[in-house]
Design a protein around this ligand. Sequence first.
Ligand SMILES: [Zn+2]
Length: 209
Amino acid sequence: MNTTLDPAAYLACPHCDTLHHSKHLAATERARCARCDTLLIAPRARSFIHVIALSFTAMILMAGAIFFPFLKIDAQGFSNASSVFQAAMAFSDGLLLPLSIGVLAMIVGLPAVRFAALIYVLWPLTHGRPAYRHARTVFRLTEEMQPWAMAEIFIIGTAVALVKVAGLAHVSLGPAFWAFCALIIVTALKNSYMSSWTIWDAIATKKPI
Ligand SMILES: [Zn+2]
């Protein structure tokens, strides 16, 4: 028996691998995984606008998170405030330069590039136009970069370090810390609106919405 499956007719949940029949939905419908409730298919027009808006918000928050003071430490009459950028550049002399570059790339560079790439891919699709050149490559790279964007891990690491330092000195949090927290919430919201399948489908069909 010769059975050929049309790959476009099936859709595997990115979280639990359950296989579903894929189908184009109406503008108000959305499809979730039957097993783990992950968003699988989102209505195109609204979800793309949401993802673009949240990506813009995230880029603005990111600028604040890098350059505003992150922490202020007071101990024995001495006080020091530092931003993430200054902290990363503190290692920029000599042998530790790769560490500086790595820290900035993981915490700042990759997330910023991902947001910009998403806007590049989704902008023409939202307006019903065909995707820009190389949209496929750009979107595939944003998907591959996801595990390497580590703003959330940075916040958890900082929180753990703060618990240790708080016993030795008076530590106060600067505006950049709150910008990072807001950034994590905005990123999570963006992920909740984003359906990779819908974006791939829109890039492939190039049809107006
Ligand atoms: Zn699932």
